[in-house]
Design a protein around this ligand. Structure first.
Ligand code: SF4
Ligand code: SF4
Length: 217
């Protein structure tokens, strides 16, 4: 910190700084050199040249919403809560998505399944599930955190509204529709052998979940 004269007033300091800046702008203080002109045309001619150049380029105006916009296949849009092939929900109410969310946009309350009232194949299911699209930044970290692949993202980007309340999506809005062959929960598990294996997620040979034995080590 350079020593300053305590008697120097703020006005004097301001004047000194202004005169120093003027010297630098004039190239006398070692500041940035003036830009080199690369065209022989005067400045107005260069400006109109840019305008004329644009007139002959392809117009990129989007005719949205008359012509729906097609996104890239992996576009991060509105979330979907998926189902098993028998209609049961994949969400087990673990809240990992909510913990992973950097914007605190997800709210989950888990509930217990019973044999008489089963919504998912696990012990628990997502009783309350909300995503606040006023907060969501569509980063996809919640998708990465979900252990059951319940939560995925669609390509739907039309999420505008005229009030805040309607941008908090509920579980009913986020659930995937029932496809042919699916039954609305609650109901007992009706998975075939293949899907059962998928649900239980037996570790595959050589997967990291398999314990490392002496022979393999
Ligand atoms: S996409 Fe990102 S911000 Fe949006 S809910 Fe998921 S983790 Fe949160
Ligand atoms: S969506 Fe996935 S991570 Fe979120 S509560 Fe359900 S199972 Fe857990």
């Amino acid at each position: 910190m350079p020593e300053q004269d305590p008697m120097t007033t703020g006005q004097e300091k301001g004047l000194a700084q202004a005169s120093r800046g003027a010297v630098e702008r004039a190239g006398g203080g070692g500041g940035a050199a003036a830009p080199v002109r690369r065209s022989l045309l005067p400045a107005p001619g260069q400006g109109f040249g840019v305008t004329f150049g644009q007139m002959f380029k392809k117009v990129t105006t989007e005719q949205y919403p008359e012509t729906p916009k097609v996104t890239k296949p992996r576009y991060h849009g509105r979330h979907v809560l998926n189902r098993h092939p028998d209609g049961l929900e994949k969400c087990v109410g673990c809240e990992l998505c909510a913990w992973a969310c950097p914007a605190d946009a997800i709210y989950v309350e888990g509930g217990d399944n019973t044999e008489d009232e089963r919504y998912s194949p696990g012990e628990r299911y997502g009783r309350v599930y909300q995503i606040n699209y006023l907060r969501c930044i569509f980063c996809g970290l919640c998708i990465e955190a979900c252990p059951t692949r319940s939560l995925t993202m669609s390509n739907d980007f039309e999420l505008a509204d005229d009030n805040r309340g309607d941008l908090i999506y509920t579980k009913e809005q986020l659930m995937a529709p029932l496809l042919p062959g699916m039954e609305a929960p609650p109901h007992a598990m009706r998975l075939g052998e293949d899907e059962k294996a998928y649900y239980v997620r037996e570790p595959e040979q050589g997967s990291p979940a398999e314990p490392v034995t002496a022979e393999r080590a």
